[in-house]
Design a protein around this ligand. Sequence first.
Ligand code: F6P
Length: 528
Amino acid sequence: MPVTTSDCPPLPLPQLPEWAAFVAAVKAAPIRVDDLRLVTATGLQLDLSGQSQSPALHACTEALLNTRHFDSLRKQLLAGKIANATENRAAWHTALREPAAIAEVAAERQRMNEFIRRADSERRWRNIVHIGIGGSDWGVRLAVSAFGYAGTWRNVRFVANIDGHAIAGGLAGLDPRDTLIVLASKSFTTAETLQNGQRAVEWLSAAGIEDPYKQVVAITAKPDVAQAWGVPEAHVFKLWDWVGGRFSVWSSVSLTTALAVGSDVVAGMLAGAAAMDTHFAQAPVAENAPIQMAVAGIINRSVLGYGSLNIAPYDFRLANLVPYIQQLEMESLGKSTGLDGNPVGVPTGPAVWGMPGTDAQHTFFQWLHQGSDGAPVDFIITQEADHGWSEHHKSLLANCLAQREALLKGKTYEAALAECLAEGMPQEKAQWLARHRIHPGGRPSNLIVLPKLTPYTLGALLALYEHKVFVQGVIWGINPFDQWGVEYGKVLAKGIVKELSGTQDSAQSHHDASTAHWVQVFARSLGQ
Ligand code: F6P
């Protein structure tokens, strides 16, 4: 039994007889529109009826998971053993959902709650500027927009981008005396966050605030670096090296969430995620929601060849779920080298994109319905709304179901022709127009139903996707917890900044012709 994935690197999938059997089973198992297939997890319902299914496919899935040592790798992940082989560390975000398990985590949470309690009781910090990017941004944005959609007594702004317009807009119009700057950066080296943080400190100073750093909080795995940067020790909240950036919403990064929408929201999300962890650890494969979602994704990507996955939350409050899942999936699974160092041999992580329904219907659903490629869709909906307009919610539910049904069932030429004739068209025109009204159908989808949007159900939903990503990493034989691909561009950018500043000779950089041209043009326009 392997202790880590690096002890026994998985073979590329095409070399495994279990993979060949799995592929054959998928090809013999089309989507069956007459079969309902539901999996329930912590109150969330996952409807997999729109995915390939058959008893043979279930048997092949079990065989594939066994040959990948899935059971022991899952145990190791949840026990905080090394799961991120290329960076030699654990990926133990689940421990943050069980604060009682680790004294240090519980103590840090207590410190954070105390900070919030004091700020609330003093009615301090009417304005919060949360500065962070990627995993230090999306989860907090998501939670604040999900539960603060109707407004909060604190005015929360998010600044992520290096574009100076972002921080300019983020600070504009705020009263510096009642503004708290929250710097969230696991590494405390991210250029965007540090530069924007510097601008914010200057803005406080320019307003006559004597010690601007007293109005700055840092959340980081590098507390010493944050203190050296100027943040007072009492304002530095820790996260740990074993928490990946895109999994850090469960850490003190949620300080802003708590200040904006309450500590109980953070606690609820943690409880929902913890419940999903238990489901993931214990439910049998056929009833295990993350495993079944992962397998459906592998079928769609690696066997059926779909290049992307569309996320369609039919809940306006979940608009930020799209970029959240986009980072989670694409940074985790956008890899084509296996843990053994060889090419994976099959297509891996799809491009993830989306928009809330019903806006999405009026933007790109045409492409999903009749485009030549199509994409699997994750429809996500809340059964009960929190507003009182039942007409709106009825329409929302109906639209979600209708779009999914159209993708699933499609419309044949014969049905389209009958429709055209019934509208009174002459035969020839009806035959022509009917071809434009065909829907191919058989386009895969999941439907995830949340009883209501609560912190608990949102936490469970996010953990569902996290575990799905882990299972896919195991099957594809890749490490979902590193992100080496992002690093190269960061290094190149540092060099180009020096060239644009005139402190490095661009001739030494061996740029391609186009980059060299634009470095010169931009250097000139910057006055270098
Ligand atoms: O994009 C690379 C990345 O490292 C992400 O994984 C991370 O969420 C983001 O940058 C921000 O990193 P940090 O929290 O260290 O500032």
